[in-house]
Design a protein around this ligand. Structure first.
Ligand code: SF4
Ligand code: SF4
Length: 324
């Protein structure tokens, strides 16, 4: 690790090492004031794509009220986990998001999530007040990619994703703590090549309508999850291709991700056994609600367990698109 700036060094470094012990691959610590850049960039996004106001307006509101909501908080710890350590079954690629189904947050009763919970116990043992996903059930801050970029864990590329040296397959988690700590890193990561537009070219709906710009209403990842599979005005069914939960076309196409081999790595616990039942044919026709609810649980709260119909809608569309 190359440190750019550190404050309260002894505690900041202890926090860094505690996160590594809990299975995180990297970690930085920033101030709440560092999130003002996120508010500015969210406003810019709304100016560029007014249709994004619903999503980014919420993010701005939440971020601007951070100090009021958590008056005791003095720092944000932002931590990353490299998902590329897991292999991802070929049959799921192009249909299911690796960011959901290879996430430590996807199975809250699983060994990977239990390992992550060590960090909460460490904060408690060290009498540090904290909040975060593993305590409250949801991220407490918006703009995790911005926070991670400020902390120096990586850079945000034109497809809006955060990249470390290995690529964009990162899961980010944030924790607010009541101690003043700062830990900013410095990494040598090449920027996007000047003329590259591979991510935009791969976006099936044009949702990635410019560099660092997104129309969330047309993003397949959002349509197949929060949007419950309903096609918004201006799009056609076939544009969603084979996706059943999520979309990663703009990451898969990126040259900085292409060298990663999803056939190698360790199994994400329990995933291989589910693969035969995750075909679009089975999802569209199964009457096993418990199985579908389980799959919803594995989407990191993007499809709720009472929204199993969303999976069926997306699977039926995938089947019909493959028959075209
Ligand atoms: S996730 Fe899919 S739909 Fe959304 S911007 Fe990326 S490629 Fe486009
Ligand atoms: S595909 Fe090209 S432009 Fe898009 S994020 Fe990757 S390097 Fe940058």
């Amino acid at each position: 690790m190359r440190i750019k700036h550190v404050e309260n060094e002894e505690l900041s470094m202890r926090i860094y090492h505690a996160f590594r012990e809990a299975g995180f691959d990297d970690c930085g610590i920033i101030g709440l004031e560092d999130m003002s850049g996120f508010v500015a960039s969210a406003k810019e996004r709304i100016r560029n794509v007014p249709a994004s106001e619903g999503l980014y307006g919420l993010a701005i509101n939440h971020t601007e009220r951070l100090r009021e909501t958590f008056p005791w908080a003095k720092s944000i710890v932002i931590a990353s986990t490299w998902l590329g350590k897991y292999r991802f079954p070929e049959a799921l690629r192009g249909r299911y998001s690796k960011g959901f189904f290879a996430s430590r947050n996807s199975d809250k009763s699983g060994p990977e999530y239990r390992e992550k919970c060590k960090i909460g116990r460490w904060f408690d043992e060290n009498h540090i007040r904290w909040t975060g996903e593993i305590r409250e059930g949801g991220q407490q801050i918006w703009g995790l990619r911005h926070a991670a970029a400020v902390a120096g864990l990586g850079i945000i590329r034109r497809n809006n994703f955060l990249y470390c040296e290995e690529g964009s397959w990162l899961e980010l988690d944030s924790y607010l703590i009541d101690r003043h700590c700062r830990l900013y890193q410095e990494k040598q990561i090449k920027p996007c090549p000047e003329k590259c537009t591979a991510c935009r070219g791969a976006c099936p709906t044009g949702a990635l309508c410019g560099a660092n710009t997104l129309n969330p209403n047309h993003c397949v990842s959002l349509i197949t999850t929060f949007g419950r599979g309903m096609i918004p005005e201006g799009l056609e069914e076939q544009q969603l291709g084979q996706w059943i939960a999520g979309c990663e076309a703009c990451q898969d196409a990126c040259p900085f991700n292409r060298r990663h081999d999803w056939n190698s790595g360790k199994e994400f616990p329990g995933l291989d056994a589910l693969v035969p039942r995750m075909s679009p044919e089975n999802i569209a026709s199964t009457e096993d609600e418990d199985f579908l609810r389980h799959l919803c649980d594995l989407t990191c709260d993007h499809i709720l367990p009472d929204q199993t119909e969303t999976l069926r809608v997306n699977a039926r569309r995938a089947l019909s698109n493959s028959a075209r």
